[in-house]
Write a protein that binds this ligand. Structure first.
Ligand code: CU
Length: 287
């Protein structure tokens, strides 16, 4: 909970600083223990089999979900982003005795793996031995609990000190998901001011702030001469990142003559990006 809390706290700071004209999102009611009562704090323990002089985890180390957030509603096909604090990622097998790095695992609706035990490998225990920090999951509709667990190069769990859990509500996925420009295509030559129309498939358009945990809806962002926002990152609000937090479906842009890149990016009610899978980039030339 510490991480979501700090994540949201960070967002509110960003929102306060960057979105003064936009209504702040509803605060998420968090009845979970505060950081001071974090049950993981100070419970770092060396993994059995680890060299005794190298503790497996210290309280400065943690893992957390960047995306989605605990309590989210998601479509059955969704992306996950993992975060780490104070410990590096390393491919499985490179050095089974290195207790200072690890790789991620996802445990789906199944028991945790205590420190020092091998994480099983099956459809409930997914390994990310390539040291990746994103994953794509397909889950049946309904409630789920997923846990991320860091383990060493030999797949020995670092235990609860380097694990994080999250509950999700999974909804059936729509036939198509994506965003696109409704009236422009890559390579178009246009005149300024440029009318830009946004289209979305699968997700519901919803004003910003209504429900930050609903990951089946969102609002458009237009990024001019920039890049799509990473999964789970808050979309910046500045001259190149335009928010359409009232669920608008078009805008008129004034652009200097020359080539430009336009990126449409869907983000949730808290402005957390759905990442590249819900973005579309085209190049246009203004005459
Ligand atoms: Cu936004």
């Amino acid at each position: 909970m510490r991480h979501l809390a700090s994540h949201l706290a960070l967002f509110f700071v960003v929102a306060a600083a960057a979105c003064p004209s936009e209504e702040a999102p509803e605060p998420v009611v968090d009845d979970k223990p505060s950081a001071a009562a974090d049950p993981h704090a100070g419970h770092a323990m060396p993994a059995p089999g680890a060299a005794p002089q190298t503790p497996a985890a210290t309280s400065a180390q943690s893992v957390f979900f960047v995306w989605p957030h605990d309590g989210s509603t998601v479509f059955a096909d969704f992306d996950v982003a993992f975060g780490v604090n104070g410990i590096g990622l390393r491919k499985a097998g490179e050095d089974p005795l290195d207790k200072t790095t690890g790789h991620h695992h996802l445990i789906i609706d199944s028991p945790s793996i205590p420190a020092g035990q091998v994480v099983p490998k099956n459809d409930k225990y997914l390994h990310f031995g390539d040291a990746s920090s994103t994953a794509h999951l397909t889950l049946a509709s309904g409630p789920h609990e997923i846990e991320m667990q860091l383990a060493d190069g030999a797949h020995l769990s670092y235990g609860p000190a380097l694990a994080a859990k999250m509950k999700l509500i999974v909804k059936e996925k729509p036939a198509k998901m994506g965003v696109d420009f409704a009236n422009l295509k890559d390579g178009d030559v246009v005149k300024s001011p440029v009318l830009v129309k946004f289209a979305v498939e699968g997700f519901t358009l919803r004003p910003a702030g209504e429900d930050v945990l609903d990951k089946t809806s969102g609002h458009h962002h237009l990024i001019v001469d920039g890049e799509a926002s990473a999964l789970g990152a808050v979309v910046a609000k500045d001259a190149t990142h335009l928010h359409f937090g009232k669920a608008e479906t078009e805008t008129t842009l004034t652009l200097a003559a020359g080539p430009h890149t336009l990126t449409l990016q869907l983000a949730d009610g808290g402005h957390f990006s759905y990442g590249p899978s819900m973005s579309k980039t085209i190049k246009v030339t203004v005459k």
